[in-house]
Ligand binder design. Sequence first.
Ligand code: MTE
Ligand code: MO
Length: 311
Amino acid sequence: MLIKRRRGWELPESSATPESVYLNRRAVLAGMGIAGIGLSLPSLALAQAGAARNDRYKLDRPITPEKLSTTYNNFYEFGDSKNIWSTAKDRLKTRPWTIKIEGMVDKPIEIGIDDLIAKMPMEERLYRHRCVEAWSMNVPYTGFALSALIDMAKPQSGAKYLIMQTLADPRMFPGQREFYYPWPYTEGLTMAEARHELSFIATGLYGKPLPAANGAPLRLATPWKYGFKHVKSISRLEFSDKRPQTFWEKLGPDEYGFWANVNPQVAHPRWSQATEKPLGSDERIPTQLYNGYAEFVAPLYADLKNEKLFM
Ligand SMILES: Nc1nc2c(c(=O)[nH]1)N[C@H]1C(S)=C(S)[C@@H](COP(=O)(O)O)O[C@H]1N2
Ligand SMILES: [Mo]
């Protein structure tokens, strides 16, 4: 396998340092040791188009052109390049799509995506998105507050974490045949984070059903955290009293942690996080603490000073 060593700041491809650059090396080592057509149905289209914008969440910068945010993506299930949108569009089948909610709940739930959307309070929000690789975008997501789904699921009082996973299906996701990645893609939030008003499940983008490349038919958006928390194409949620080990944490525990809150003053081991490059712009702009959402989320972390909150 070819291993490219690139430095975060000096990339030809705008500002991006693929999460995988250093990890591929680990993966090879692990391997040697043997370690271990998005269909947009009319009803769905209507649900996105009819959702009113929630003006509580404001942007201080322009919305990213749709053409860019839907063609420059991270979705390792379709490969480790940014240019996976057409493969994703061809391969990802989002109907039928069942979401399982299990673990520490009185009654596990299995629900189809259209039934779920019909039950949820749909709205549109303008959100920033800051990838740990130091590019960013600003997009209108349609969807619903994660807290609405949690209310429906009725977790037990002992639940401390919400774990979310991408569908496991190597026929649909060719990347899942790369055995050294810890599939399925797994992410998690504390219950306080998951219930926080900013935690959002997106089912649409720019008033249309979510494109395959952006994580159809539903994906997480927690805009104060680095983008790798935003698990795409979710098929399973589990309430647990144990903190999950997440996909990137398993691959590179020195570089990617559980909390992954944006902080310009805490550098990634291989590059600075002080600035970011908005998609479509030639200029870097300063990155903000909690990606500009400090007034909303700082209280979540008041008692967690000993945790590695920013990696
Ligand atoms: N299942 C899955 N979810 C994922 C990823 C992935 O590779 N697989 N990449 C993450 C990363 S690193 C980022 S930056 C965002 C990118 O979302 P976007 O393509 O909509 O910009 O998705 C996140 N969710
Ligand atoms: Mo990312």
